[in-house]
Ligand binder design. Structure first.
Ligand code: G6P
Length: 611
């Protein structure tokens, strides 16, 4: 959600900014723009729509500069339009600002500025920042930004240029993500390392309430009162390579990432799962047996796909460890006065490590005395840094908005976590240790097996997805999987898809079933096969067209379905990943046939950094 890139150095800033904005497209955006200082003159371009429009306008009327800032906007305040796109400028054009986040008191600030005669041109909250900095400016941009920020409430990742100080970018961060990249005689600012991987491995993740004074030769950090702060250099992880963020032979990142799943799952377990006896160790997380004994409950907080991984985590941990677990949507957790404190472990699952609601839930739990564990894919992300403990999923960069390999690796980590808790509890039955170990070890091959059926899955979409709405049904682990299946389909095909526990169909949704309504039914848990069969008969009797996703051992159910995709045989707990992989491919090929923008679906953002 919103992407920021800034460059200062000796190279062509506009080229670096445009390339950076392209790398950041995956975060989601609806308009784009940049500002640069050419021969002492602050110039800017911005437009609603895709980056290609901005590139065309730059091609027609180039800007030559060694300093500049660029922004992909995902609209919050004010519709997507040329005028609302960033950068925003002070009325005299001296100050230029790009911003990710929400300025909560912008109406108040706007009224005060208007009373002083400032004229606003956009509907955005960001424009107040440009005018406010201009009002404070008396020859030193750093002081002006610091003074302006003392009046601002809300969330921000900001980059500011000033025409009369062409040798510096001032950046600032509170709640929204921002990193600095270090080069030789050049430096960078960006929302995330995807935009920097081509230029440097040396970065610094800015903390909240930090202002950075960035020149070509130096980076200095300050708190909001301009007290100097220490700069700690970090590194972009090895798997964040330029190739990893490129499409390669694939037509879409989503397809590439679906295919990367077997290796990503192996990477997630590597160095953590010791041997076939199920011993597990994590670098960033360890509990003593005493600490585990004191654990009264676990809450998993997350959003979107990560939440659905959490729903499966609840199912898995409760099944094998018999300890109460809640999976909570982070935006609900924050505002429900949650029962957390000493004796609770709160696990935040987040691919990006930046989702605002997940981050704030984790901070809330920590403030109330709970232990907090982050399961994230991005080292150094805000959630990673805010938690007491951390486990990395090691999925590598995930670019498509619809999450795929992040989900698989989160589920893999949850197998390992359940095993780890089992080793602490000393009472986990041997069958559970075996089942979880097998699941963790079988998952990559189980997913590969399904990838081998890609053609058949693609064909299945021809038959069944001609409707504007459909259901995904299952029980237990199959319900957990169907939640993710329905989310995938709605995200990228825009077909209204709903996941329902099969047994609950009769209590409402069955009224919606008519001749030809497509239903994806799951049957991967042998003890529930007969129930699955009854539910399939029930919906078929009302005219539904059933696409079954089932284990080979459920072949007798397949006879009742219109189409079946069989996922092979594996441990019960391992079936969720191949089943979800089938639904990822179904969604992908359906969206493709409908001509959707698979990697960048409308209105969605990869990383939701505002509430
Ligand atoms: C957005 C993305 C989803 C993602 C969710 C949570 O909605 O479009 O794909 O699952 O955020 O993101 P996180 O980075 O916290 O896992």
């Amino acid at each position: 959600m919103c992407g920021i890139i800034g460059y200062i150095g000796y190279r062509e800033a506009v080229k670096i900014i445009l390339d950076g904005l392209e790398c950041l497209e995956y975060r989601g955006y609806d308009s784009t723009g940049l500002a640069a200082i050419e021969n002492g003159k602050l110039l800017y371009r911005k437009n609603v729509g895709r980056l290609s429009v901005l590139k065309d306008s730059i091609d027609k009327d180039p800007i030559t500069a060694n300093i500049g800032i660029g922004h992909n906007r995902w609209a919050t305040h004010g519709k997507p339009s040329d005028i609302n796109a960033h950068p925003h400028l002070s009325s005299d054009g001296l100050i230029s600002v790009i911003h990710n986040g929400i300025i909560e008191n912008y109406l108040e600030l706007k009224a005060a500025l208007e009373a002083k005669g400032v004229e606003f041109v956009s509907e955005t909250d960001t424009e107040v920042v440009a005018h406010l900095i201009r009002e404070k400016y008396k020859g030193d941009l750093l002081s002006a930004v610091s003074e302006a920020l003392s009046e601002i409430r809300g969330a921000y990742a900001l980059c500011v240029l000033c025409e009369s100080e062409p040798g510096r970018i001032i950046a600032a961060k509170l709640a929204s993500p921002l990193i600095i990249g270090f080069g030789d005689a050049e430096n960078f600012v960006a929302s995330d390392s995807t935009a920097l991987a081509a230029h440097t491995r040396r970065i610094c993740n800015l903390n909240d309430r930090v202002i950075a004074d960035v020149t070509a030769e130096s980076v200095h950090l300050y708190d909001l009162d301009l007290k100097p702060l220490e700069l700690v250099e970090e590194h972009i992880p090895d798997e964040w390579t330029q190739e990893a963020v490129a499409l390669g032979e694939y037509s879409h990142f989503m397809l590439k990432e679906i295919h990367e799943q077997p290796q990503a799952i192996r990477n997630a377990a590597m160095g953590k799962l010791g041997s076939k006896d199920g011993s597990v160790a994590f670098d960033g997380f360890s509990f003593t047996k005493e600490e585990y004994k004191k654990l009264k409950r676990i809450d998993i907080v997350a959003c979107g796909t990560a939440y659905f991984a959490g729903v499966f985590g609840k199912y898995l941990i409760e099944k094998h460890l018999r300890i109460p677990v809640e999976a909570c949507i982070a935006s609900e957790f924050r505002y429900k006065n949650p029962i957390v404190g000493e004796g609770s472990l709160v696990i935040a699952i987040s691919q990006s490590g930046e989702t605002m609601d997940t981050l704030e839930s984790l901070k809330l739990a920590k403030a109330r005395g709970a232990k907090t564990l982050a399961i994230t894919n991005v080292l150094g992300s805000q959630i990673d840094r805010a938690a007491d403990y951390r486990i990395y999923t090691m999925a590598g960069p995930e670019i498509a908005v619809a999450s795929t390999k992040a989900y698989s690796t989160q589920v893999e980590i949850l197998y390992l976590l359940a095993l780890y808790f089992g080793s602490l509890s000393e009472s986990m039955p041997a069958e559970s240790v075996e089942a979880l170990t097998n699941a963790a070890m079988q998952a990559p091959d189980a997913v590969s097996y399904v990838l081998g059926q890609e053609k058949a899955i693609e064909q299945a979409t021809e038959e069944i997805f001609k409707s504007s709405r459909m259901f995904f049904i299952g029980r237990g682990a199959d319900y957990c999987a169907s939640l993710e299946g329905a989310l995938k389909l709605k995200e990228i095909s825009y077909i209204h898809a709903e996941a329902y526990p099969s047994g609950e169909l009769k209590h409402g949704p069955i009224a919606l079933i008519e001749e030809g309504t497509p239903i994806v039914a799951l049957a991967t848990q042998p003890e529930l096969y007969d129930k699955a069969l009854s539910n399939i008969k029930e919906v078929k009797a009302r005219g539904a067209k059933v696409l079954l996703i089932a284990r080979d051992s459920a072949a007798y159910i397949a006879r009742e379905a219109d189409i079946s995709i069989m996922i092979g045989e594996m441990e019960d707990d391992a079936a969720i990943l191949p089943a979800v992989c089938v639904m990822q491919l179904l969604s992908y090929y359906t969206a493709l046939k409908l001509g959707r923008d698979v990697d960048k679906p409308r209105n969605l953002a990869k990383s939701v950094t505002v509430e």
